[in-house]
Every structure is written in structure tokens, then in C-alpha cells.
Design a protein. Structure first.
Length: 69
């Protein structure tokens, strides 16, 4: 996973909707929760990689199939 750079929160705000709903109970809903989670993962697991296998979308719903190591 690439380091969280200052522009990533801006990109998240641009590409993630205002009503971001996270289905992982360990992550808060909303853009701030999304950013907090990935910043924490970068700190705790600096060598972690995420491979995006598939993206599925319908209307305003999006899901990602990933492999994380």
C-alpha cells in the first residue's frame, strides 16, 4: 500500500460520497473514518499491500474485492 500522502484525503473527499457507509464495524462511517482507518493501517502495517481484484457498482453503491497481504 502506498503511503498516505497529504493529497490522499483530498482525493478521498473528491471520490467518496458525503454519505460513505462502512460495513466493517472496526471503521467509522464517513470520509474521516475511512481516512483514519487507512492512515492507521499504514502506520501499523507499513509493508501491507492491497490488490484490487474487482470493482462492482450499481447506482450509488460500490464494492471492492481485494487481496490484502
Amino acid at each position: 500500500m502506498a503511503p498516505i500522502e497529504p493529497s490522499y484525503p483530498k482525493a478521498t473527499a473528491l471520490y467518496v460520497g458525503d454519505e460513505y457507509i462502512q460495513h466493517n464495524l472496526a471503521v467509522k462511517n464517513g470520509i474521516e473514518g475511512f481516512i483514519e482507518y487507512f492512515e492507521r493501517m499504514q502506520t501499523e502495517y507499513p509493508n501491507k499491500s492491497i490488490e484490487f481484484v474487482q470493482a462492482i457498482s450499481e447506482n450509488d453503491l460500490v464494492a471492492f474485492h481485494t487481496h490484502q497481504v
